[in-house]
Design a protein around this ligand. Structure first.
Ligand SMILES: NC(=O)c1ccc[n+]([C@@H]2O[C@H](COP(=O)([O-])OP(=O)(O)OC[C@H]3O[C@@H](n4cnc5c(N)ncnc54)[C@H](OP(=O)(O)O)[C@@H]3O)[C@@H](O)[C@H]2O)c1
Length: 340
């Protein structure tokens, strides 16, 4: 295990990607104590130069010896790479914060959202999982409600930005909007259909139960993070033609009564949340307001009049920041301060 230090040698794996790029910026923005930053990506990017503050850093390809001497590695290069390289990194004595889905449901690996279950960092054995972006923003809001009134069931529908699929998807939406605006036929490779001016009820692959993997990630990760397997969760995840910021319609049923005003007050006092809830003034969470900042926005908080203890909400957050890079750097900060 690592020792607490004043400054750390940090690696970003997947540094050239949408999340990796944001991780580099977030380390700088949050003044993470970096002694040296090492950047890794595929062989395609070897030698490419990226900036960290005033420093220019060359991107490296990964090999067996890459992680020697590194204290903390933030991984965002996909599940296959995490499967291979996270254990190699952990064996080299480095603590891995992994953004992929590879280790999230492993009972030996903590799945952490700092506002919700930072205590789970205590029992890490070298790898810590960062949850799915849609799960993170939902559990930040569910946690205070669960603590106050015990959640019985959650029904969520997501409206997820294309940046959640990575940099190629952002380019695909941009190219389709340009083509269609100029009367040209659009083309696509990343998604199975046109995404511009469309909604796709399909994120990740379909499973035998009819749900997508993304939907089941929301079900299983929510229960693990809130440490309550009794919570019923059902999800429909939808890709929408938004560049940055995931939105979610969330219906919550609690065991004890928790009226909308009480929910609003609980959320206003909770960490990482901004209540934006003034419908009369047209104020509610918007993806474009969520993008580029770290808070989870929640609004449209109202009673579900069809059940005794039901609440409806609309939640928006930046999927690349709180949904990925910010959450990972927050974990690294807590590790550095308390649990290395
Ligand atoms: N985007 C989100 O909102 C979000 C949120 C939460 C979690 N995540 C997770 O974060 C990971 C990255 O997502 P992203 O959106 O940043 O994807 P992305 O933009 O496509 O970036 C992928 C990164 O992985 C690198 N990579 C690919 N193959 C590699 C290999 N063989 N060896 C080393 N590096 C390799 C790429 O390097 P090259 O540039 O050299 O190809 C690039 O740096 C995924 O696991 C994703 O599920 C994403």
């Amino acid at each position: 295990m690592l020792k607490k230090k004043g400054k750390y040698i940090v690696a970003v794996v997947g540094a050239t990607g949408a999340v990796g790029n944001e991780m580099i910026k977030t380390l700088e923005m949050r003044n993470f104590p970096v002694e040296q930053l090492r950047l890794f990506a595929s062989e395609r990017s070897e030698g490419k130069v990226l900036e960290f503050g005033d420093t220019e850093i060359k991107v490296e390809a990964i090999n067996e010896n890459s992680f020697k001497g590194i204290d903390i590695a933030l991984f965002s290069a996909g599940a296959e790479r995490s499967k291979i390289w996270a254990p190699v990194a952990a064996k080299s004595g480095c603590v891995v914060v992994d953004n992929s889905s590879q280790w999230r449901m492993d009972p030996e690996i903590p799945l952490v959202v700092p506002e919700v279950n930072p205590h789970d960092l205590k029992w890490h054995k070298g790898i810590i999982a960062n949850p799915n972006c849609s799960t993170i923003q939902m559990v930040v809001v569910l946690k205070p409600i669960h603590d106050a009134a015990k959640i019985k069931r959650v029904v969520v529908t997501t409206f997820q930005a294309v940046s959640g699929t990575g940099k190629r998807a952002v380019a695909e939406l941009r190219q389709q909007v340009a083509a269609l605006s100029n009367g040209q036929p659009p083309s696509w490779e990343v998604y199975p259909h046109q995404i511009a001016f469309n909604c796709l009820p399909h994120i990740d692959t379909f499973l035998d139960n009819g749900y997508t993997k993304e939907e089941m990630k929301m079900v299983n990760e929510t229960r693990k993070i809130l440490e309550d397997a009794s919570i019923g969760v059902t999800a429909t995840t939808v890709r929408v033609p938004v560049f940055f910021g995931h939105s979610e319609a969330v219906n919550v049923e609690t065991r004890r009564a928790c009226p909308a005003d009480e929910v609003r007050a609980l959320l206003a006092a909770a960490p990482g949340i901004k209540v934006v809830d003034d419908p009369a003034a047209n104020r509610y969470p918007l993806a474009i307001d969520a993008a580029g900042q770290d808070l989870t926005l929640v609004g449209r908080i109202r009673q579900d009049e069809s059940v005794p203890n039901g609440i409806n909400m609309w939640i928006a957050a930046d999927n690349i920041r709180k949904g990925a890079a910010t959450n990972a750097v927050q974990i690294a900060q807590i590790l550095g301060e308390k649990y290395l």
